[in-house]
Design a protein around this ligand. Sequence first.
Ligand code: FE2
Length: 397
Amino acid sequence: MVTNFSTGIISTAKEEAVPIPPEFNLPLPSFTSLPPDKQYKTNQSGQTIVVGIEGSANKVGVGVLSYDPKTNSYKTLSNPRKTYIPPLGQGFLPKETALHHQAHIAALVRTALHEAFPSDRKPIISGVAYTKGPGMGGPLQSCAVAARTLSLLWNCPLIAVNHCVAHIEMGRVATQSSNPIVLYVSGGNTQVISYSNQRYRIFGETIDIAIGNCLDRFARVIGLSNDPSPGYNIELEARKPNLKFLELPYVVKGMDVSFSGILTQVEQLAKSGLKNGTLSKADLCFSLQETLFAMLVEITERAMAHCGQTQVLIVGGVGCNKRLQQMMEDMVKDRGGTLCAMDHRYCIDNGAMIAQAGIFALQHGIQTEMKNATCTQRFRTDQVHAIWRKPSGWKHT
Ligand code: FE2
C-alpha cells in the first residue's frame, strides 16, 4: 500500500502523458540510425515501453513508462512500490532490507504489468532499466538480479541507471522544467546540482551525513514512529501551534553543508529539555527543520545566482516536506523564479523514475551488456554522461 503524503502539498507534477518540447533534450535519433546492436523492440503502435526497477534503499518499486512518437510524450503507466518499515527505534539495515525487496519484487512486477496492460498478457517490452547505484549493496543486488532475469525472459536490453540522475529526469519530465537548479534531498543524499555540457554538476553537498539521515536519526532519539516515515512524523510535530524556536548551529561551508554537529546538539537538547519538561518534541522538530532547511535554501539560492537560473526543482524523499517547499518557494519567488515541486509519487524513490532515465538512455543508443550489469554503492551524479541532453552551445535546428 502506498502511503498518502499528498494532503496540502504543493505539486506541479503532471499525471497525464507529458509532451516534450523541442528544447528539452536532443532530438531522438531515428531508429534506423542506431547501430544494429543498439536497436530495440517497439509495440504495434510504435511505442517504446521501459520497465524500471528501483531498490537502492528501503523502498522497492517497479514502474512502467511509455514513449509515444505520435505525440512525443512520456507517460507513467504504473508505478507500484513497497516500503520496508523497521521496528520502532531502529533504522533499516542492509540484510533485512534486501530480504524485504526479494520477498516483494516478483509481486510488484506482476502488479506493475497488470496495471499498465490490463488486457494484454504479453506486452512488448523495449528494455529493463534498473538502479546501478548509489545505494545499499544488498538491496541494490537483489533488484539487479530481478532486472537481469526479466531482460533474459523478455529478450530485451538492460539499462543501468544512476539513482540521482533518475530523480532529476523524472522531475524534469513530471514538472516540464527543462533546465532547473536541482536540490536532491533524501535519506542518503544532499546535493545542489546544475546541468552543464552533458553532465549534472554537483555545486554543493553535505560533507558528512545526508539530511534525511539526520532527520531519521533524530526521530529515533525522541521516539517518533518509522511509519509512514520518520521524516514525515517530524514534519507533523513541527506543524503544531505555539512552538519555541531554539537556536542551533548553522553550518554552511562555502557551497557545502554539514549536519552531524547539529544532530549532536539537538540530541543533547532533547535529552535534557524533554526530561525536565522545558522543551517539547514539537519545539525540537520545528527548530531542527527550520535550521536545516534554511541552510539548503541558502546554497540553492547561491547556485541559482551563479548559474543565472530561475527554476528550482526539488527531488528526493525529503522534497515532499511541505515546509521545505514553502521556504524554497519564498526564496525563488523573491528572485522572480518558479519552484517545481513534486509530491510523494515521484519525490520518493520509485520505479518510474528509473524507467524515465533508462528510456532516455535507450533511445539515444545506450544499453548495458549483461556482463556489465552490476551494482555499485558509490556512483556520483557527475559520473554519468547525459547523452540525451544538449551540449553547451548546441542550437536546435
Ligand atoms: Fe532517492
